[in-house]
Design a protein around this ligand. Structure first.
Ligand code: F0G
Length: 353
């Protein structure tokens, strides 16, 4: 029986990381690729969900964090810093804790889901809340790393992308070839850039006969890749992708251009509806931003695009438990039914009999 060893040990020869890099791992990667029956039916194709919420800290960020923290250790770092909308900070804090590094986190004040904040704090991060948005936090983090003895582990660090590209490897390993289309949410644009690296590498090595068309989705209040202009005041309930000036802008455009892909935007309503449908129909509970790929597929169908006969991979990036407040907002009465401890009362309230 095979025990998954984490993405560095599973894929080390394919990763551009220095020789002798130690392995700081929580066993990340090896996440499920789950077939979605309703989305396959809706498209007339085969739709697969790459469930990245199943990573150790509940998001895809762990794939890049195992490589970034391992290389930081090799280079003798004592402290690491990142800007984050929540998931990167949760992941960095966990891997830094394992490596004995001091984690320093900069987040936009009041815009981080509670679960992510709890993770960073539990793992011993110093959390600094900034009066500003993610883009401000990233600017500060870069400046701190330039002037103080602390290593930057945002995805502007290319070692992050080396780890994150393994998700593309896993999809090809599982499906036997690259999908026709790959759909995913985009915020700071590291993930789409990493997937494209991975798909290209597998095609170059002959492990895949093709590369997918990359289609990526942003919230309409934070859609710089769609409009071509930075958003000085990004706004969306999908706080994970509330980013107005993505660091990997050029790489993301390259991925879309080289693959024949594109960027589209979605309303918060479309994103939250897709989140709920995914939970109810597939049993997969993701945080709002993570549903953008599914919302994007549904919108594409409405706009008349065809996925008939196609194999489609959709990354769902983070776990629903990260942000229970937003999830519960939509339900009101449904979570408020209170009865006496009495079978008839419970049956009546449940509409039985
Ligand atoms: N989905 C989730 C759940 C995320 O946390 C992020 C990014 C994205 C999608 C977008 O990925 O930035 O590579 O384009 N979260 C970062 C963070 C910004 O700080 O946790 P991306």
């Amino acid at each position: 029986t095979h025990q998954w060893r984490g993405v560095i040990e599973e894929y080390r020869p394919l990763l551009a990381i220095p020789e002798g890099t130690p392995t700081v791992t929580l066993g990340e990667g090896g996440t499920p690729l789950v077939r979605s029956a309703w989305l396959s039916y809706a498209t007339g194709g085969e739709v697969w969900l790459k469930v990245e919420g199943d990573n150790p800290t509940g998001s895809f960020k762990d794939r890049g964090m195992t490589t970034a923290i391992s290389v930081a250790v090799l280079e003798g770092a004592r402290a690491v810093v990142c800007a984050s909308t929540g998931n990167t900070s949760a992941s960095m804090a966990a891997y830094a804790a394992r490596a004995g590094l001091k984690p320093l986190v900069l987040v936009p004040e009041g815009k981080i889901a509670a679960g992510k904040m709890a993770q960073a704090i539990m793992h011993g991060a110093q959390v600094i809340m900034v009066r500003g948005n993610f883009d401000d936090c990233l600017r500060l983090s870069r400046a701190l790393a330039d002037h103080y003895p602390v290593a930057l582990v945002n995805s502007v660090n290319p070692i992050r992308l080396e780890g994150q590209k393994t998700a593309a490897f896993e999809i090809v390993d599982r499906l036997g070839d690259a999908p026709d289309f790959h759909l995913l949410p985009v915020g700071n644009a590291g993930n789409i850039s990493a997937y494209w690296l991975g798909y290209r590498q597998y095609a170059d090595l002959g492990r895949a006969t093709r590369r997918p068309v990359m289609r990526a989705y942003q919230a309409e209040g934070a859609a710089p890749l769609v409009t071509g202009q930075p958003f000085p005041r990004p706004e969306t309930k999908a706080t994970a992708i509330r980013i107005g000036n993505p660091a990997s802008w050029r790489l993301a455009e390259q991925a879309a251009a080289e693959s024949g892909g594109r960027f589209r935007s979605l309303t918060d309503d479309q994103i939250l509806t897709a989140q709920r449908e995914l939970a109810r129909r597939d049993g997969v509970f993701v945080e709002p931003a993570s549903a953008a790929g599914v919302a994007g597929l549904l919108q594409d169908l409405e706009l008349g695009d065809s996925y008939a006969g196609a194999t489609v991979a959709i990354t769902v990036t983070g776990h629903g438990l990260k942000d229970t407040a937003t999830a519960l907002e939509g339900f009101g009465d449904l979570v408020d039914t209170v009865v006496d401890a009495d079978v008839d009362a419970a049956a009546a309230a449940a509409g039985l009999g």
